[in-house]
Design a binder for this molecule. Sequence first.
Ligand code: ASP
Length: 433
Amino acid sequence: MNLSVKILISMLIAAVVGVLINKAAGDVAFVQDYILGKGGFFDVVGTMFIKALKMLVVPLVFCSLIGGIAGMDDMKMLGRTGGKAFALFMLTTVIAIAFALTAATTLGIGEGFDVGSAASTAVTVNEAPGFGQVLINIIPDNILGEMASGNMLAVIFIAIIMGISIAHSGKHGQRTAKVIEDMNEVIMALVNIVMNMAPYGVFCLMAKTFAEQGLEVFIPIMGYFLTVASVLILHYLGTFSGIFILARLNPITFIKKMRSVVLFAFSTASSNATIPVTLRTVEERLGADNSVAAFVVPLGATINMNGTAIMQGVATVFVANAFGHDLSFIDYLTVIGMSVLASIGTAGVPGVGLIMLAMVFQQVNLPVEGIALIIGVDRLLDMMRTAVNVTGDAATTVVVAKSEGKLNMDVYNDPKAGMYEPIDVNSHKHDLK
Ligand code: ASP
């Protein structure tokens, strides 16, 4: 059985188990203490799995990006790749949010909704850093410190300047590049080992979410939930396929090969934690060259959030209607601009979309308390939108690689290319002589 089928089965069983626990035993002390709560079985195994993925992100991005840059035949390619990727990220985000605003406005989502006690519920969301601060934070004052804290834009910056320096250091640079390339291979093997654990990790994460959440929270705001979910699916299938057709690539191949990435993103709700799987897939399954993938994937995980923009568009219209607040044309433009700007400064971790939503609300004078209306269903929507965010990162990588002549079409078209193979830890694949 291949990995994505295994993960899918474990997810489905977990959803059923979770809902049953929620119905039958959600408030039993034993279940809370030993299964669901902090330190319970689901919490321990699920968190260990996410940490195992996260621990690979910085070393993997660092080594693979240095390797990619040092191996570029022409440094101008770096600027071109960055420019094209940035333009595609922004374009798809604007399409996503415009689509969401149109759908939500047409459906009149939130009209006549009973706000109840939400108006007086205090909601605390962390502050997102200002745009200027994001730029300042790109340059580290301590390289190791930034790597330790996982500041992705700084890690990308360090790797780029190291890669450029390596390319300018003659034989010293060549030796260093060789070591880093080897290190990259080793970390990729580690990614495989962690992927082996996915069906178990995903089971625990999903079962915990459904056991805590239950189905009741969805009923009052079904309209909002279904609108976000439908626009996410339409954007996923429509916008990305359109871009692939324009780039003369078969979108179905892309969608099929992205299955595991989508499942990882869905279960972790974190673009950042999914980077190792995304990177592996775009390079080994889809054929994008490391020189493009190692740069565009981590950049996308940090600044590109199509799915999040969709949630923000629908949420803004929903809360505005629920509170009887008219949005002007300028407000709509502000929402588009703010969602794009906000996504640049916030990393792809669970729940960050709500922080950005608070910034959007402030700009169009909506009460931040409105977030209380939608917070109950945000976890599941976070999982869905993260899958769309990550797909946007991968789609951009493949299309930019194609435009640079850095997409291996044989790999792209081969259904079996780079298929995940479980690692047998008892056997040595390579002879270490
Ligand atoms: N969890 C999302 C991501 O990692 C961000 C969000 O909260 O929308 O991409």
